[in-house]
Design a protein around this ligand. Structure first.
Ligand SMILES: Nc1ncnc2c1ncn2[C@@H]1O[C@H](COP(=O)(O)OP(=O)(O)OP(=O)(O)O)[C@@H](O)[C@H]1O
Ligand SMILES: [Mg+2]
Length: 250
């Protein structure tokens, strides 16, 4: 296991328009591993993920986020990435005119700055092999970031970036949504290998298929902008059968 710690304490976040979204979220990944967050639509999962990644769209009103003992809130999004934090977005953002391969190279240079950084030749070889492993056509690497990508192609492009950047902790927001059965298997295998190699993952999902491939260490339930329960895989099985009603109405 690649050592890392991650602690979120009493985090409260609002949207720019003042709407309160997170109301005191507390959880931690003391020794890394695979943690899953499940919760109904609108419960604040993506807001949590975006806040952890440093999105400027949300205002942190109170609370603490520590990654490897460092106060994450004092770091910009780039610095968070450099420290080994990666986020796959639920909604992919198009960056027309910037080829995907150039964007990944820039992120790679930030991640692996300093002595011993792999060369661009090594980068290209690795990119090509990783795209092939994901059945992601190499021609897509020349296209603008997410420009005209289908839903599933966009998800694969996020996983490709994760595999290239080898973050200590990957936050994956619905990376398994909208994938066909073959693509789901490819993506699930890739995530499984990533965590078997000792990386940690915080997985946000509505689907139970992914959890058949990757057994989580901890499952959290989020509702109304709070973590309201935690358990092991059996908690996910309960949600699959019963939904979220046992945690009360909104
Ligand atoms: N920029 C914003 N301005 C105002 N409200 C927002 C903003 N972003 C999110 N919200 C609201 O905050 C709530 C939580 O949204 P969020 O996207 O975090 O939910 P989620 O748990 O990820 O849901 P889903 O499962 O549907 O992806 C929703 O009610 C949403 O409408
Ligand atoms: Mg979401």
């Amino acid at each position: 296991m690649i050592e890392m710690t991650f602690d979120v304490e009493d985090l409260s976040v609002s949207a720019k328009n003042g709407k309160d979204i997170l109301n005191g979220v507390t959880f931690s990944l003391p020794d890394g591993g695979v943690h899953v967050i499940m919760g109904p639509n609108g419960s604040g999962k993506s807001t949590l993920a975006l806040t952890l990644a440093g999105s400027p769209d949300f205002v942190v009103k109170s609370g603490k986020i520590e990654f490897d003992g460092i106060d994450l809130l004092s770091l910009g999004a780039d610095e968070r990435a450099k420290k080994g934090l990666f986020m796959a977005f639920q909604k992919q953002v198009e960056i027309p005119g910037v080829p995907l391969k150039d964007m990944i190279w820039e992120a790679y240079r930030v991640r692996w700055s300093g002595p011993g950084r792999p060369s661009i030749i090594d980068f290209r070889k690795k990119l090509s092999a990783t795209a092939s492993m994901l059945s992601f056509p190499e021609t897509f690497l020349e296209r603008g970031v997410n420009e005209g990508f289908s839903g599933g192609e966009g998800k694969k492009s996020e996983v490709l970036q994760m595999l290239m950047l080898q973050p200590k902790l990957a936050i994956l927001d619905e990376v398994d949504s909208g994938l066909d059965v073959d693509s789901l298997r490819v993506v699930a295998d890739a995530i499984k290998r990533f965590v078997e190699d000792g990386h940690s993952a915080l997985i946000i999902t509505h689907h139970f298929d992914l959890l058949n491939y990757i057994e989580p260490d901890v499952v959290y339930v989020m509702k109304g902008g709070k973590i309201v329960d935690e358990g092991d895989i059996t908690l996910a099985r309960i949600i699959e059968r019963e939904g979220y009603s046992r945690w009360g109405g909104e």
